[in-house]
Write a protein that binds this ligand. Sequence first.
Ligand code: NAP
Length: 296
Amino acid sequence: MGLTNVRGVPGWERRAGAATIIDGKGIAKRLREELAREVAEFVAERGHPPGLATILVGDDPASAVYVAGKHRACEEVGIRSFAHRLPADASGDEVEQLIDELNADDAVSGILCQLPVPPHLDGVALTGRIAPGKDVDGLTVASAGALALGRPSLRPCTPAGVMHLLAEAGVGLAGADVVVIGRSNLFGKPMAQLLLMADATVTVAHSRTEHLPDLCRQADVLIAAVGRARMVRGSWVRRGATVIDVGINRTPDGLCGDVDFEAVAAVAGAITPVPGGVGPLTIAMLLRNTFEAARG
Ligand SMILES: NC(=O)c1ccc[n+]([C@@H]2O[C@H](COP(=O)([O-])OP(=O)(O)OC[C@H]3O[C@@H](n4cnc5c(N)ncnc54)[C@H](OP(=O)(O)O)[C@@H]3O)[C@@H](O)[C@H]2O)c1
């Protein structure tokens, strides 16, 4: 079945008789354009751009690709970026020392330590060393605690991106039944907190959850962040539900999400594709957090 654009509805595409496809790529592009204007105003006022420092320990190729993408995105909106690369055998002390230097550097508004770090290092402890005001990934204990208490802080980029997609898709969350599959610190837990703040009724499922398909079928909004290719079947989804696919899985047929896209799109009301759904929002939110951190 071919895709047809709905004219006059930017960032949206509709397929006849099936789900609306939420165009994360288009939505993120608009966010970045808006941000580029705000960054230009900031530079005119303050005389310097916001700055993002990234720390990459080791030579994991996927991490290197992600970090390079973040630098390119910074450049596009006028944010300065500083790439720090340490060898795979760097000690915890070396990484901590670098984080301390970046915490003290006024040109650096945001710091990101690319995870996962090599196994001899403690990623949570290293991230925790980042000053809360520069924690653009929103993953330190201070940021997670502020989120749990509903206090202002920099929010984790991927869940914040999903909230933006849901808002753009016009999905009402107050009183809605939302099922999040996955309970990671990076995504599932902060996602649940943001949804609660928006008055949704939230269920968080994980590998020990029983009767997962039945649970998913009750959801008005189903969010999958597992890391298992095409796990969510068409029969798991209530007709008309909104389905957000956070998963990124590399398979012999290319990149795919945690949702069996074709089958689910036939029953869902709206769905995000992979690629081009949640991923572009994650980067847009990182840029937005860096800007917010610079603004203070
Ligand atoms: N698009 C983006 O920008 C973006 C950003 C972040 C992550 N991701 C992708 O999102 C996915 C999840 O990332 P993550 O960091 O949250 O992964 P993670 O830390 O590995 O967490 C995976 C979660 O899925 C649960 N799970 C595993 N098998 C399951 C099953 N059979 N049934 C139900 N739940 C199951 C796990 O349960 P337990 O807790 O019981 O083990 C865990 O809570 C990955 O594909 C990742 O690449 C994408």
